[in-house]
Design a protein around this ligand. Structure first.
Ligand code: ADP
Ligand code: TRP
Length: 333
């Protein structure tokens, strides 16, 4: 029996931060590492084009995301790693699917709906600031998923609705043309921690409170020193389980280090010291990947070679599925 396809897309819209790493990248790499599934991970660059319309930035962010995943240990022998825009079959399927997608389904998709509602409240034109790429975003995502007969789609909570839409679209196609697409399920990170940002809210590029993953060491140290803490005096005992510093520390330290750190909290550690310790473990965990990241960014032909090879494999998987779709819709001789 062939292995289940696990597929996920990564949108290149900002610098990768510790929250992305812990909440999405680390678990995805672990899943691919087990060898129990066929993993397809790709850079959803044409999804990113909705938001990033500066050519230099678009280019940098795309390479940046690719280099990040490779630097963190993505093994292109085990994972089919490609750039969405290198696989033209996706865009043909997107068109076909869009012809079977009721417009009302897109009206209800959360990203569009949120802007629409904001506009209404502000008394602006209902569709102000909405491009067609944003509106049909979920159809492109459905094509990404369905083209590879994906079984499982790891996503953040905000993307669950889009996987459900992909399922709805697949059902509509199957109903009309006969069983063609596998119905995908999402995997959402219920058990991974929500990593807090510098201000204590969820770390997110939308809140400007992030610690980027590959900051130079001195900047990393500065950022860590800015993590918000309470005013418990230095020598008083502190509760590790309500401390953002402790939460981050756990993600990077060994079990033994975590035990020690816990005792130091209970016997009284100053926030300054706690931050210093946190910096040490994060920095030593990221030192090597940071170096690999910088090396890759300095020789982009290495990244291109990996993504090209990935796209060739992805296209070979996609071609027979698209062929069947064409046949089913009546495009045959
Ligand atoms: P951002 O909020 O910075 O825009 P994205 O929405 O692009 O991040 O998220 C990309 C992935 O990283 C998603 O799978 C999401 O669940 C995960 N992620 C983002 N922020 C965090 C966080 N603070 N803690 C845990 N996971 C996160
Ligand atoms: N829309 C996803 C996001 O914003 C990225 C994405 C594009 C994706 N295509 C996908 C995720 C297919 C999973 C499967 O994060």
């Amino acid at each position: 029996m062939s292995k289940e396809i696990v597929l996920t897309g990564i949108k290149p819209t900002g610098k990768v931060h510790l929250g992305n790493y812990i909440g999405a990248i680390k678990p995805a790499l672990q899943m691919a590492g087990t060898g129990s599934c066929s993993a397809l991970y790709f850079i959803a660059d044409y999804h990113g084009l909705n938001f990033i319309q500066d050519r230099k930035e678009f280019n940098e962010l795309t390479y940046g995301i690719a280099a990040t995943w490779l630097a963190l240990g993505l093994d292109p022998e085990r994972v089919i790693f490609y750039r969405q825009s290198d696989v033209p079959e996706i865009f043909e399927l997107q068109w076909i699917l869009s012809c079977l997608t009721p417009k009302g389904l897109m009206n209800r998709a959360h990203a569009y709906k949120a802007i629409h509602e904001q506009n209404m409240q502000a008394g602006a034109d209902a569709d102000s600031g909405v491009n067609m790429g944003l509106f049909t975003y979920p159809v492109l995502m459905a094509a990404d998923i369905l083209l590879f007969q994906s079984g499982k789609v790891p996503v953040g909570k905000d993307q669950i609705q889009h996987v459900e839409i992909a399922r709805d679209i697949a059902e509509a196609f199957n109903r009309n043309y006969g069983d063609t697409f596998r119905l995908p399920d999402y995997i959402a990170p219920e058990h991974t921690a929500v990593i807090p940002g510098l201000d204590g809210r969820k770390m997110s590029k939308s809140y400007n409170n992030t610690i980027p993953l590959f900051e130079p060491a001195d900047n990393l140290k500065k950022l860590i020193s800015r993590i918000k803490t309470d005013s418990t005096p230095p020598h008083e005992p502190k509760d590790p389980d309500t401390s953002n510093i402790f939460l981050l520390y756990q993600e990077f330290a060994t079990p033994g280090q975590v035990q020690d750190f816990r005792s130091r909290y209970l016997s009284g550690i100053s926030w300054g010291e706690a931050k210093q310790e946190l910096f040490q473990v994060v920095n030593s965990a990221l030192e090597e990947p940071r170096k690999r990241y910088n090396d890759l960014m300095a020789s982009r032909e290495q990244i291109d070679a990996i993504l090209d090879a990935g796209a060739r494999k992805a296209r070979a998987m996609a071609a027979p599925v698209l062929e069947q779709v064409r046949y089913r819709i009546g495009r045959y001789r």
